[in-house]
Write a protein that binds this ligand. Sequence first.
Ligand SMILES: Cc1ncc(COP(=O)(O)O)c(C=O)c1O
Length: 335
Amino acid sequence: MQSKVSDRGRGLATQRPSFLAVLSDQWSPSSNPNGIVNLGLAENTLMHTEMVEYINSHGDFWNPARLLEVEFGEIDPFSMAAIQQYERALTEAKNRGLRINALVLCSPHNPLGSLGRCYPEDVLKEYLKFCSRNELHLISDEIYALSVWDNPRLPDAPGFKSILSINLEGIIDPSLVHTLWGLSKDFGATGLRIGCLVRGEDTNQRSPISLYNIPSSLADQVTTSLLLDDSFMTKYIAINRTRLANSYHFATKLLRSHGIPYFECNAAFFIWINLGAVVKDATADDILVRLRKERIYIAAGEHYAAEETGWFRLVFSHPLNVLEEGLKRIIKSIQ
Ligand SMILES: Cc1ncc(COP(=O)(O)O)c(C=O)c1O
């Protein structure tokens, strides 16, 4: 049979780096005594045992299990009363011998057990004061900053206020305040891998944080051109808000007409829906099985630190035909 590989491909195959053969046949006195002894790779294997031991015993090194969750119960997380909850959680943590370094705020809120809304300015200031008196860093993740829309059912909901726009003088040492933003959400461009961390003390400086972690020049150029293009940005943000609002209203109208409770919001991409309230006596796992059977995927609230079971996270930032199909399947699964 004639080979389907081109002449060029076959030519390159003969030039396969010999090093790959070394890697696939490395000597080991017990499992591969006839393998190749590799004394060519610039690697220090003398300390592997210690490093493996360390990594294994610190397996949760980067694990968000190291986050201390704060429960709110009936307390509105956007209210001043929420700060008391943090105060209480901090005291309890100290009593348990834990050292808390930072408070992470998703602003606008992304559903970690709750809601796509924006924090009022006075509450943000209270969070800053809380961090200041307890010498905590405040990390404000503002990745949904531009994905805020009008919800007539929430006429008094505050719009987005960036920590960067608050005058920190007399409130907190600016070196304790850090703001994150990136293109992933507001520009639907997760693949570009562009984001930034702005520290309160150097808002006028922009520099990469690592020589080896700089973005590709293509992504860099697209981002620079985008952020400098005022007319495109203005148009894009306005259209994005209109589309988010349309999709949100379409989805919530359907939810209401089928009696599915949800939490009204005006920011980010999620609707927090309570399927547990509709499917009586079913666990979250039972509901997930039903959803899977109808070939629809939404995430259970448990993944997002929901305080109450039965809640699910529905991502509504899709065209209406996609939402219609998805919601039809969700509704079928709970009937
Ligand atoms: C609140 C928040 N911050 C940051 C990210 C990280 O986004 P990425 O790594 O795609 O830039 C996410 C992604 O889901 C998010 O929800």
